[in-house]
Design a protein around this ligand. Structure first.
Ligand SMILES: Cc1cc2nc3c(=O)[nH]c(=O)nc-3n(C[C@H](O)[C@H](O)[C@H](O)COP(=O)(O)O)c2cc1C
Length: 181
C-alpha cells in the first residue's frame, strides 16, 4: 500500500501530517535521555531522534521539541546520558513519553551516575558531554561527545509507524497506519 504526498510550492500546501507519517516509516530504536538539573533533580524523556554523528571524535546527536517541558533542563545541561531501551523496557518508553515529572525507581535505575540516571538492562548507555546545541526549526539538536559507554547483546525495543515493537515482531509485521509521535 502506498500513500503518495508531495510538498507543495507554498508552506500552506505542505502536507504536515503526511510528512510525519512518511518520517514514521523509518524504523528506529528507542532511547531515554536523562540529565541532572543544577539542584540535582533527575529528568528524562523518550526519544527516537538519537543517532550516531561521528566516530573520531565520538559524537552522537538527538533533537528536542522547542516546546517541550524538558527544554530548560537540556538547554542548561553540561552532561547527559542516553539509554538505548531493550524489549523489556517498553513501559519505560511509554512512561517517559508522558508530560510531567518522571519516576526513577532506584531498583531499576542507577541514580548515582553523574551524567544522568542509567536504566539497568539497557542495550547500550552513552555518557555524554554536551558539545553543541543547534537550532533546527521547531527542534533543538544536541550534539554530545561520548565520554564512556557500555553495551550488551540484549534485543532492542523498536519504534515504527507510531508503535513499539519487539525485534521479531517488526520483522514479521506488514503495514501499520498508526502514527502518534
Ligand atoms: C517513540 C517516541 C519517540 C520520541 N522521540 C522524541 C524526540 O526525538 N524528541 C522529542 O522532543 N520528543 C520525542 N518524543 C516525545 C517525548 O517523549 C515527549 O514529548 C516528552 O517525554 C513529554 O514531555 P513534554 O510533553 O513535556 O515534552 C518521543 C515519543 C515517543 C513515544
Amino acid at each position: 500500500m502506498s500513500d503518495k504526498s508531495s510538498a507543495g510550492s507554498s508552506t500552506s500546501e505542505f502536507d504536515a501530517r503526511g510528512f510525519r507519517n512518511a518520517l514514521g516509516r523509518f524504523p528506529t530504536g528507542v532511547a531515554i535521555v536523562t540529565a541532572r538539573d543544577a539542584l540535582g533533580g533527575l529528568h528524562g524523556l523518550t526519544v527516537n531522534s538519537f543517532t550516531s554523528a561521528s566516530l573520531e571524535p565520538p559524537l552522537i546527536l538527538w533533537s528536542l521539541r522547542n516546546a517541550s517541558s524538558m527544554m530548560p533542563v537540556f538547554r542548561e545541561a553540561d552532561n547527559f546520558a542516553v539509554n538505548l531501551l531493550a524489549e523489556e523496557h517498553i513501559e519505560d518508553g511509554r512512561a517517559f513519553a508522558k508530560s510531567g515529572p518522571k519516576m526513577f525507581d532506584s531498583s531499576r535505575w542507577e541514580l548515582s551516575n553523574e551524567h544522568g540516571p542509567t536504566l539497568i538492562g539497557s542495550v547500550a548507555t552513552f555518557n555524554c558531554r554536551m558539545v553543541s546545541r543547534v537550532p533546527a526549526g521547531d527542534h533543538l539538536v544536541f550534539l554530545g561527545e561520548v565520554l564512556t559507554f557500555s553495551y550488551s547483546t540484549t534485543s532492542p525495543l523498536l519504534f515504527h509507524a507510531g508503535k513499539f515493537f519487539e525485534s521479531d515482531e517488526l520483522l514479521g509485521s506488514r503495514d501499520s497506519t498508526s502514527d502518534s509521535r
